[in-house]
Design a protein around this ligand. Structure first.
Ligand SMILES: Nc1nc2c(ncn2[C@@H]2O[C@H](COP(=O)(O)OP(=O)(O)O)[C@@H](O)[C@H]2O)c(=O)[nH]1
Ligand SMILES: [Mg+2]
Length: 536
């Protein structure tokens, strides 16, 4: 019978768990307490129905209680306030655990097969001058399966009752009945207009359709109808579930204000790109790209440049070494990149916020705040994580194979230049000593060989260096682009981890929370059908 209720209670408990540390704690506590109460009540069985007689001072609750019990169990009093605790009458054996749970020590055991399963409570007056009475009434109204309000012709319109109880409890209309007592004090006509007025007030309170029974507890009039109502409710065994379902509905409604009509959006391309750009900038991608490019040029020049000018290149440090950028990916290394500036970090935060707002701005609070917090929450870790991302990136620093050949050729050409120069110096010395005919100078195509070696070596060396420089320039740009791409890819992973995934987690929590709330708020198909039929 309570399959649907169990399912809804489970959904409510799930919503309370998902809302943990997100949604207003007080509401979650109330929800959890409600789930716990429902579990306890269901655990005590639906075979018994707890019905409380509640109402203002002197309406006749105790008189009615005694009439129904068939004996003077409860004190009917002119001396007020009478008692601060409720009195219970239980029909049939085995009500003790239920009464223990209700914490009602004053109990009487009655025997009437027709009413077996009924636990009737005579509550203190809710309008008593003793505030403890009211507290006791409120405590028990939370727990009982059905409240039978007892009012009299003087007090049926009191604001204390309508505004203090009926209207706030209007969602519990299914767990309510009203007895208009002391009908013997009115003429038939007056009673009719009084009952009509009461019905009108109840409708205004939002509980139209609640059964209203006019009785005279003292004269014993109309008691049969009250008894019939009790018998019917006890026999149907539905009061427990009906009351708890109303509890679930109220609780689900309380949580539903944290759920909007719109589902959470997913991060858009534009927002993602903006965030990624800001992160790449903060990670120093432009600096890295420049360093990779100029390192390759420098290394290429050292390997293949004109040997006589290489020393100039050596004067400037290698940019990759200077930034301590590992050439092989190594996450554990700390680079010497300057780290993100305040402006760069602010830009990351702004774009993370923008992304959060894009996905969550339309959700009800607290979700936009939570999503924004999730998007920007890892800000402290950002510089470190970005550095790690950079250090772990493949910068595509590889020495091309042809550099060996180029270097070898340059060395050979430089050697030729040196040989030619030394040779010419030797000839100069011999000429000075007037020994120039001693050594014949070989010629190549009419040019003396030492001259050819010197000049040819210079020209070829410079030409080779020039050519190599062109090729190395292109290679440097290519490597720089590849390095930029791989650093960006790593930065993207960091952005996923620090911004997008936390945002996604919050959105998921939102969706699961609201799905649970909807589930809790939705009665089963069978129940709805029955309600629809009842409405016809
Ligand atoms: N005239 C009349 N008096 C009643 C009726 N029911 C109760 N009373 C009296 O109203 C007074 C208060 O009754 P009681 O049952 O103690 O009211 P409680 O405060 O609601 O418990 C007592 O003097 C009762 O005798 C009734 O139906 N008609
Ligand atoms: Mg009383």
């Amino acid at each position: 019978m309570s399959d649907s209720l169990d399912r809804r209670l489970a959904a409510l408990a799930e919503a309370a768990d998902l809302g943990q540390e997100r949604v207003d704690e007080e509401i979650l506590d109330t929800t959890r307490a409600g789930v716990k109460k429902a579990g306890a009540r269901l655990g005590l069985g639906v075979e018994r129905t707890v019905i409380a007689l509640a109402g203002p001072t002197g309406a006749g609750k105790s008189t009615l209680f005694n009439e129904l019990a068939g004996s003077a169990l409860s004190e009917v009093g002119r001396l007020r306030p009478t008692t601060s605790t409720a009195a219970a009458a239980a029909w049939g054996e085995g009500a003790a655990p239920l009464l223990d749970w209700l914490d009602v020590p004053r109990r009487h055991l009655l025997d009437d097969p027709e009413l077996a399963g009924l636990v009737l409570l005579d509550l203190p007056d809710f309008d008593s001058v003793e505030s403890s009475h009211r507290l006791e009434v409120d405590r028990l109204i939370e727990l009982v399966d059905l409240v039978m309000w007892v009012v009299d012709p003087q007090k049926y319109a009191d604001a204390a009752w309508h505004d203090g109880y009926v209207r706030p409890l209007r969602r519990y209309a299914a767990a309510m009945a009203v007895v208009l007592n002391q009908s013997d004090l009115l003429s038939e006509q007056a009673l009719a207009s009084c009952a009509a007025d009461l019905a009108r007030l109840l409708e205004r309170d939002g509980v139209a359709g609640v059964p209203v029974l006019a009785v005279s507890a003292r004269a014993g009039e109309g008691l049969q109808a009250v008894r019939a109502l009790l018998v019917e409710r006890v026999a149907a065994r539905e009061a427990v579930v009906a009351r708890l379902e109303a509890d679930v509905e109220v609780a689900a409604e309380g949580l539903a204000r944290f759920c909007g009509a719109e589902p959470g959006a997913r991060a858009g391309r534009k927002e993602r790109d903006r965030l990624l750009d800001a992160l790449a900038d903060a990670a120093g991608v432009p600096t890295i790209v420049r360093a990779v490019e100029s390192a390759h040029r420098r290394r290429g020049a050292l390997a293949t440049g004109w040997p006589f000018f290489r020393w100039i290149r050596r004067l400037r440090p290698d940019p990759l070494r200077r930034l301590r950028l590992p050439e092989d990916p190594q996450e554990s290394v700390h680079t010497s990149l300057p780290g993100p500036s305040g402006v760069q970090l602010a830009r990351v935060e702004t774009s993370a916020r923008g992304l959060a707002d894009q996905v969550a701005a339309k959700l009800p609070e607290p979700w936009p705040t939570l999503v924004r917090g999730a998007a920007t929450g890892s800000g402290d870790r950002l510089p470190d994580e970005l550095d790690r991302a950079v250090a772990g990136a493949d910068l595509h620093v590889r020495r091309p194979r042809w550099w060996r050949l180029g270097g070898f050729l340059q060395t050979a050409l430089a050697t030729a230049v040196a040989v030619g120069a030394l040779w010419l110096l030797a000839l100069l010395a011999l000429d000075y000593l007037r020994l120039d005919d001693v050594l014949p100078v070989p010629e190549a195509n009419g040019v003396p060989l030492p001259t050819a070696l010197l000049l040819g070596g210079i020209v070829a060396g410079i030409a080779l260096a020039f050519l190599a420089r062109l090729v190395n320039g292109a290679g440097a740009r290519r490597r720089a682009r590849a390095a930029g791409r791989s650093v960006r890819a790593r930065v993207e992973v960091t952005g996923e981890k620090l911004v997008l995934e936390p945002v996604e987690r919050e959105l998921e929590a939102y969706e699961r929370f609201c799905a649970a709330v909807v589930k809790a708020a939705t009665p089963s198909e069978r129940k709805r059908t029955r309600r629809r039929l009842a409405a016809v």
